[in-house]
Design a protein around this ligand. Structure first.
Ligand SMILES: CC(C)(COP(=O)(O)OP(=O)(O)OC[C@H]1O[C@@H](n2cnc3c(N)ncnc32)[C@H](O)[C@@H]1OP(=O)(O)O)[C@@H](O)C(=O)NCCC(=O)NCCS
Length: 166
């Protein structure tokens, strides 16, 4: 269990499969996940991927979102996250991202932790800035991205610790 100020992040397990399938089936989640949805079998396979660690975000003991940490060959990697719609806009996403990125950088030995929001996703870009990520550059669409995106790198010195800033 990785603890933030508002949230906790715990490994996703087989017991979460039905919940995760239902979350991804919600158009308000899928539209941020390149329209992808998953069957239960596909979700089981996703949870077992070697290079991607799946986590559930909790607030007050209740599951409110999903975050995955994917490792690249260079010792670093990145985060992908969504919260269920009614949990958004209350600082939980930045808090969970900051907690997980801090753990990966300082306890799990990652050399770098990134996020890769689409340039159109202003809300996510602001959330990642609150979490302590800074924009490095704008990149064009590629195999993993259907439109232009920002490469943002975690710098734990920056941003408010999960709190909303005026
Ligand atoms: C991105 C995300 C994880 C950020 O977590 P969060 O807890 O909502 O972050 P914050 O509380 O800092 O809110 C970020 C912004 O989202 C806005 N927002 C987006 N959707 C919202 C909703 N349904 N309800 C309320 N606010 C919402 C907030 O108002 C805030 O805008 P502001 O910067 O003008 O104040 C979360 O909004 C989310 O799951 N979004 C959809 C999936 C997504 O975009 N994932 C990131 C892909 S890179």
């Amino acid at each position: 269990m990785i603890r933030g100020t508002l949230t906790a992040v715990r490994p996703a397990t087989e017991a979460d499969v039905d919940m995760l399938v239902a979350w991804h089936a919600d158009p308000e989640v899928a539209r941020f996940w390149d329209g992808e949805t998953f069957t239960r079998e596909e979700m089981r396979e996703r949870l077992a991927r070697r290079e991607v660690d799946p986590y559930v975000v909790e607030r007050d003991g209740a599951p409110i979102g999903y975050v995955q940490a994917w490792r690249s060959d260079d010792g670093g990697g990145g985060l992908d996250m969504f919260l269920v719609p009614n949990a958004r806009g209350a600082g939980a996403g930045p808090d969970a991202a900051r907690a997980l990125a801090t753990y990966l950088r300082h306890e799990d030995g990652w050399t770098r932790v990134t996020v890769d929001p689409y340039v159109w996703n202003d809300a996510a870009i602001r959330a990642w800035e609150r979490a302590g990520f800074v924009t490095v550059e704008r990149r064009p669409p590629d195999d993993e991205h259907t439109s232009s995106w920002l490469l943002m790198v975690f710098d734990g010195q920056r941003g408010a610790s999960g709190e909303r800033r005026a």
